[in-house]
Design a protein around this ligand. Sequence first.
Ligand SMILES: Cc1cc2nc3c(=O)[nH]c(=O)nc-3n(C[C@H](O)[C@H](O)[C@H](O)COP(=O)(O)OP(=O)(O)OC[C@H]3O[C@@H](n4cnc5c(N)ncnc54)[C@H](O)[C@@H]3O)c2cc1C
Length: 339
Amino acid sequence: MAIDHERVANPLSVTVVGAGILGLWQALTLSRQGHRVRLVEKSATPFAESASRYAGAMLAPGCESENTPEVRDLGPRGLALWREVYPHLVNGGSLVVAAPRDYPELSRFAKATAPPETLDANGLAALEPDLGGRFQSAFFFPDEAHMVTPDALEFLLDAVRLSGAVVELGAAWTSPSAADVIIDCRGMSASRDLPVLRGVRGERLLIRSEDVHLSRPVRLLHPRHPLYVVPWGGGRYVVGATVIESEDAGGMTVRSALDLLGAAYTLHPAFGEAEIVDAGAGVRPAFPDNLPHVEIRDGGGRIFVNGAFRHGFLLAPVLAEAVAGYLANQTPHSLIVPA
Ligand SMILES: Cc1cc2nc3c(=O)[nH]c(=O)nc-3n(C[C@H](O)[C@H](O)[C@H](O)COP(=O)(O)OP(=O)(O)OC[C@H]3O[C@@H](n4cnc5c(N)ncnc54)[C@H](O)[C@@H]3O)c2cc1C
């Protein structure tokens, strides 16, 4: 289904609450289908209070199936929908490497993810010359993609406006409105209404190096601190991310900075001279199964979309399609759970 071309026969009045990645995709998809959409966000500065601003943001269903096997099946649809909507997606695939002392991690990862391609040192050097001679082998997931997070969020917010939806910033939603349907995408702020929702802290650094040139995300496996480096262009790299069972949204700890920077240095020693541009932490909303859910309440008048954990960017379009299908009385989607 091409989501932006099928307009509904009976448009509804829809309020989407929260302009993180889930709310943006809900608003865009439903507005393009002809529903009358209002997107309300409590922060006056877009994304300032969202977890989404801290994302990598990789679309990596193969790599992420290591811990959440379901994303292997759900993720390709997310990738396809991003490719329809976002022209600046970087479609270069992802690489996975390990330092020689951590080679057992490569076999464990391969068992869990069944990588489509294994590269030797020459194959790796052909894809990423700066890693040539540094690792004896690598896994390559050619169909994965990534984006520059702030650019993608701004693009989607503009696209929501251009679709005809009304965007209200600095507007904290508190109570039911006159809309036919409220789609609640408040992330961690919805935890009082979703008692099983928990927060998983993720810290990440933004660094700049003129000496390292990578063109696709590289994951460095490690028994305790698996890391990824995501190129954002202009010498910028996101180095992430910790996964800590905590709802503390405070600044990055020294321990986490040491872990992330140590791993970046292992990936390439020239990162030792990189400039630290930004350090931050977001709290990922997660359900016990670490999969996002759509929960329908009040006979369809209130729809919660939440729990995206590590997969908010990958699965936001899939969740939007699931809700659009529900509103159009289509077949139930596997991500829609009973209240
Ligand atoms: C370090 C890190 C790296 C990550 N990397 C990736 C990645 O590579 N790929 C990937 O797919 N995912 C990644 N994720 C996960 C992804 O970022 C999350 O799953 C996603 O951000 C969750 O989005 P959300 O829209 O549910 O919540 P949020 O982004 O938190 O958005 C919720 C919004 O609701 C607003 N709000 C709250 N209450 C109200 C109210 N009463 N009225 C109006 N607005 C309200 C908030 O201000 C906020 O803007 C990463 C996360 C982190 C922390």
